[in-house]
Design a protein around this ligand. Sequence first.
Ligand SMILES: [Zn+2]
Length: 384
Amino acid sequence: MADFKELYDLDPYRKEFDAAVVSCTEHHGTYEVILDQTAFYPEGGGQPADHGTLNNVNVLDVHEKAQGIIHTCDAPLTPGEKVHGTIDWDRRFDFMQNHSGEHIVSGLIHKMTGFDNVGFHMGEVIQIDFSGPLTEDQMREIEIQANRIVMRNEPVKALFPSSEELETIDFRSKKELSGIVRLIEIEDADLCACCGTHVRNTGEIGLIKLLSMQKHKKGVRIEMLSGMRAFRYVQKAMSENHKVSVALSAKELETSDAVNALLKTSELKDVRIREVSESLLKYRLNEYESGQKLIIDFEDDLDRNVLRRHGNDLAEKAETAAVISGDETKWNYFIISKTVNLKDKAKLINEALNGRGGGSAEMIQGSFAGEKEKIETELKRILG
Ligand SMILES: [Zn+2]
């Protein structure tokens, strides 16, 4: 394979090429094809493989193995056959934009903090892991600097230094290097050993957007997008913000103020609703005659504190009072008694009604499930 040509390396903008089939081997229903040259980029360095076609055969995956670059195809090709290869260019160019954007961001973070890119994954979003933590302010600053590099339309250069030169250059690298090293240089942003595909000039990246930063091991994981994917993300985010702005009659750049005002109003309403429902509960206490043996009361959606208070109020009208709130899938219960040892009964109640909970001899609380009638029957049987 001495004269094998990796066309994606010589010209990452090559979308079509001609080649001869060297071999084709069936493997679990797919066909592993080796060509005498290829423009298909094999998965590597965090960049996914190219897709496309060889004649009318689909290329599903591309990997570099000891025997050469393997094109995994959905139909067989004949050794010796001439093929015309076409790269799925939208997919590849998206990877070139996102990969080049990642160089700029990783390079700038390295310059600013000295931290290294220790993990890189291109999925739906691009994830990069750094060896140390960054602040939100640093992240915003990196995003601004990265987009300035894009707007300056810097050339993305490939350098092939000799091993002697290499020892004198300070560059980023993700692994131990051997053989000829290709350095990717973007002035004022990055110098990094890399075998992936890149855009010619940073202007082609279009936009770099950092989406999020989370703690990861001893450093952080940053999610980012570049190119058309970043643009679509911003478009979607703006469309969501526009809907919020219309719904709240707020200016598009003042939606968070409007949402906070709405939340505050909603909290006040919650407080008011709680007050009203509690006074209603107090009023309804009059419906119960005093001196009863057992009161079982079902209520809609009381929070645990109100449930407890209402139970204590009902206990003045009965020897034993049970307040149950929720719906058939889950009821919260509070039971209080002057005559029954509830500690002994909690287990029976939980068993009968698929529940959990407990407490003291005088008071138990927890949750169970079931229809109202069944709960009433079981509680009368156990507590009556
Ligand atoms: Zn690269």
